[in-house]
Design a protein around this ligand. Sequence first.
Ligand code: ADP
Ligand code: MG
Length: 685
Amino acid sequence: MQNIKLDTSVQYIKGVGPKMFELLNKLGIYTVKDLLEYYPRTYEDRTKVTSISDFQKDSNVLFFGRLVKPVSVVYARGKKIISTVVTDESGSLAFLTWFNQIYIKDRLKEGMTYLFYGKVSSVSPTRATLESCSIYDVEQLDKIQGLYPIYSLTAGITQNYLFKIINEIMDQELLLNEIFNDEFRKKYYLPEINYAVRNVHFPKSYEMVNMARKRIIFEELFLFQLALMNMKDNNLVSTKTNVYNDLDCSEFLKIIPFELTNAQKKVVEQIKGDLKSNIVMNRLVQGDVGSGKTMVAAIAMYLAVKNGYQASLMAPTTILANQHYLELSNYFGKLGINVDIITSSTTKKQKEKIIERLKNNEIDILIGTHSIIEDNIEFNNLGLVVTDEQHRFGVKQRMKLSAKGNVVDTLVMTATPIPRSLAIILYGDLDLSVIDELPPGRKTVETYVVNDSYNQRVYNFLKKHIDEGRQVYVVCPLVEENEDLDLNSVEKLYEEYKKEFAGYNVEILHGKMKNKEKDEIMKRFKENKTNILISTTVIEVGISVPNATVMVIENADRFGLAALHQLRGRVGRGSAASYCILKSNNKSAIARERLDIMRKSNDGFLIAKKDLELRGPGDFFGIRQSGMPEFKLANLLTDTKVLEQTQQAVKEIVTKDKHLELEENRSIKEALFLKYGEQLRNIVG
Ligand code: ADP
Ligand code: MG
């Protein structure tokens, strides 16, 4: 095997035929680089040779054994049982068995010593027993001893096979390009990259694994943060000319039907601080479902208008945009502030009118979906933009909205609770406000986990609540990526409920409906003309109907916990006791554990944290939507130490060489574009 390169297909590696190639593809391994980066899931400790006299039940042991009798084969219950007895210097005996591996009869000779690795299944005063040990020649000790990598597999591929083919490419030298210079590596205690990769696969000790893993994690996080920094750089405006002379919002506070919570007041103060400073506001407001983020946004918009600017609020769905419009135009109308709405259901004619009025400054606040960021929507004097449920939008969309004004203050609202340290990294330039208190009188939503055998009881429960005047949501998950199939499953559910709830008003709502139709359905639900609303996750974000107190979630195990929490937040919005019934027939331990977290906790922060632990970061932060990749080794939640270091390192490099033009940073720049080039172009434009 000559001249192997990173992009060489693994087909050309010794031991990879067409069939294995296909299996490797299943693991996402196509090229040599993929294989190198197919890091072990964990390791088996084979660092010590254990003497047979020291064997403990259930421990894994590497040991020498001399056969004291020939290998015997017996047939029992349709199996071939191969066995022998070995001893070592301690004089103790070990009884070894294998099943159906008939070749072992020729592999092992009486009187010879071999190296074995396996799990001790029992220990008695006379002998230890081990099943299905791996067998090596004594001379192989050097290669075997250490930590043995355990990879995630697929049927047809064994640990040994991966071990062998990765070994095969490891014998090649300097495959990977080292992007950090010596000085840099010394500073952050980073080993050379090829050395690190070798030691992640075949380490001799845990110390070495840790050092090697850190090296790879460091590079992943470093490039990630550098990419983020680059994207944001585009948006960085440090000083502004917007002047806020009047920060008195008492007139507005008189109109709303409740008193702000202390947490809301605190965040409003923070926003005022931003508005009167000469630095552009870039603030992330994080608050659990129902904490009252809309009101905080409304106050900020009120202040913008009061100081002569237009404001805009962008929401991820038409339903939510409509809801905001209804609530806010009610308040603002009383103060003579003009609010309008634009969504995909706005007609061409209405749109033209909105465009005209926006330019003439006849609209003070424009609410809408991403229709707002269409090119032909121009403001007269946009001063503040608010993005609601920001995890639904990408960085690019957020920036596009800001670009509609000269120098625009930005407020983004999210219910996705992420640790502060992470928020700063992901959103970097954003300041963070937390609404860590719910309005008074909220009851926690009582949550149950049930399977289909409870159907009748669930129906009775719903009837009881409807008969008391309450309303019910039934939510159906996305079953497939295929919208038609999803539609199918809500419709099926709808039929079932209609049958069971004859005499009640049952309605269906899903993403494929026309906006107008959706609006009408939501309107009827709000007016309590509908008893049960069967829906897909279109109601997930933001919807608020206080009289709806029961939610049933079908196939709850298919949702992420953060999504379940969002959904559940649709009930418990009034002062009445509220219930969430999570239905699932999934018996797996992990599914049960996840649903149990929901049952026990109403705390979005805790739920998010647990979810992250169980699932890994993935699309949790909506990172995927904004074009962020997953990491091979790094974990944003647990690798906080390395994150701090890389943040520091990125800052240092960027301060010295903002556009990575120095020769010493060339490799870094290349690696950055290799990995993030597409996203960078995408976002930077
Ligand atoms: P979220 O933070 O999930 O977006 P909302 O802004 O939709 O929450 O607020 C949830 C509900 O609580 C709304 O009906 C809103 O009118 C109400 N609300 C907001 N602030 C308060 C408050 N201080 N006291 C009582 N109710 C409030
Ligand atoms: Mg909201």
